[in-house]
Design a protein around this ligand. Structure first.
Ligand code: PFF
Length: 450
């Protein structure tokens, strides 16, 4: 088998891993969750989840991956023994399902990018609603865009770690940041934008029901790509001298900053034209085209450009994330079945395309494709973000806090003693007690057992 890849520099490590973290989770899921769950109150709980559970959880997965330098299943096995490979399998399954439904929404973004360029999104509010409904309920088009997105992802991943993943991240991440900043400035300069900024900064605790905690936890894990074996797989390409705690903190802060910026891009614009931001997943496909049209009504060219930039931003953000989801399974099949990388990548591409097709049909032409009263797409989102990701992170914490060899763990945390162990004790305490306890409490509470 060919030599295993590694990321070429510290910057590449942060950009690629942040590329995985920053995605539709930040720009699509975070704003509508915030809109539905009380604005700043939700954000506070979300931040607490990132700091208390997210960063320690990221370091966990980094240690597993960097120590073993192999695919997720084998990596978990090498830390805890064969039985613990199960966490790796769970992660591979989770990320495959996520890639399936994520590609559907990413495909919508591609279609909207195309529609913005072609000037098709121009019309009154009723037209924009009909446009979305007609498009998403078409049997063929959304499936094709979704599968197309999986294929674009395939092309990058098949190129390998340095030539594919690292190169794409180095190009797309700076572009993404630039587009986001332009859009935030444009949005905050609109009349009455302050109301949107206030919504983001002023907590309304009356909207915080018990379910909000699990939602915030699921959102934090989803956004950090935690509990899917993604971080573990990327860490297997880290260099031996990478400071894991520092990298995790940088990535978590960057990811949270981008989520807030996405809020600052969407809410001021929405409030400026008097649109309520609680419209759920369709926020960026129905609400925003209207917002762009109304906000820049006096300058249609600016509205046209802004709309293109916005959907390009979504496509770039989604792509750096789908690459990471695809890589988890590709690395696994490549190494375990001794297949060439390109062939291994095809396995994932075919499976994820099938999931994408079923999810797409379930929100469109075949709305009777339901599970537990939800469309297949919503079900996959719920199953992964609120059950499988927390379960993966919970089990990893139990492994690292209670079963793994402590010297090995400390050695990885401190890079063989070359870094100061100042935070080791706090981190270890958190992984042993706080992370599993909090996840368990939130779970039990959500399912009415507490
Ligand atoms: N973190 C990505 C986002 O916020 O869009 C989603 C994601 C990527 C989830 C990779 C899981 C994963 F393995």
């Amino acid at each position: 088998m060919d030599k295993r890849g590694t990321f070429g520099s510290r910057l590449a490590i942060v950009l690629a891993t942040a590329g995985s973290a920053v995605g539709l989770g930040n720009i699509w899921r975070f704003p509508f969750m915030t809109g539905q769950n009380g604005g700043a109150a939700f954000i506070l709980i979300y931040f607490a989840c990132v700091l208390l559970l997210g960063i320690p959880g990221m370091v966990n997965e980094f240690i597993v991956g960097r120590h073993a330098q192999t695919n997720a299943a084998r990596a978990y096995g090498s830390i805890g023994g064969k039985r613990w490979r199960a966490i790796g399998y769970l992660g591979i399954l989770t990320s495959t399902i996520i890639l399936g439904f994520y590609a559907v929404v990413a495909g919508w973004c591609l279609q909207y990018l195309y529609a913005s360029i072609a000037g098709q999104l121009d019309g009154d509010p009723a037209y924009v609603v009909t446009y979305f409904k007609t498009f998403s309920s078409d049997a063929l088009k959304p499936c094709l865009w979704g599968v197309g997105f999986v294929l674009i992802t395939h092309l990058v991943v098949a190129q390998g770690v340095e030539k594919g993943i690292e190169r794409a991240s180095k190009l797309l991440m700076p572009l993404l940041l630039m587009l986001l900043l332009i859009l935030v400035v444009a949005s905050c300069l609109l009349p009455n934008a302050l109301a949107g900024i206030e919504f983001l900064l002023k907590p309304d605790f009356s909207k915080v029901s018990s379910g909000v905690f699990l939602e915030a936890l699921g959102q934090a894990f989803f956004s950090l790509s935690l509990g899917t074996a993604c971080l573990c797989t990327y860490a297997s390409y880290f260099k031996r001298d990478t400071n894991l705690l520092r990298s995790a903190t940088q990535i978590a802060l960057l990811d949270s900053a981008i989520a807030i910026l996405a809020g600052l891009m969407i809410f001021p614009a929405a409030f400026s034209v008097g649109v309520q931001p609680d419209s759920g997943p369709s926020l960026i496909f129905i609400t925003l085209p209207n917002v762009f049209r109304e906000a820049f009504g006096a300058m249609p060219v600016v509205g046209y450009v802004i709309s293109i930039l916005f959907y390009a931003l979504l496509v770039f953000a989604a792509l750096t994330s789908t690459i990471s989801m695809h890589e988890i399974g590709t690395a696994f099949f490549h190494e375990e079945l001794h297949l060439p990388r390109r062939k291994a990548a095809w396995i994932l591409t075919v499976v994820c395309s099938l999931i994408a097709i079923f999810c797409s049909l379930s929100v469109g032409a075949y709305s009777n494709l339901q599970l537990f009263g939800m469309s297949l797409l919503d079900f996959c989102d719920f199953l992964t973000a609120q059950l499988m990701l927390p379960a993966g992170a919970f089990l990893t914490s139990i492994l690292m806090g209670w079963f793994a060899n402590r010297q090995l763990v400390q050695g990885e945390f401190t890079n063989g003693g070359t870094l100061r162990a100042t935070f080791f004790k706090a981190w270890f305490f958190s992984v042993r007690y706080i992370v599993p306890l909090c996840i368990a409490l939130i779970f039990l509470h959500q399912f009415g057992l507490l």
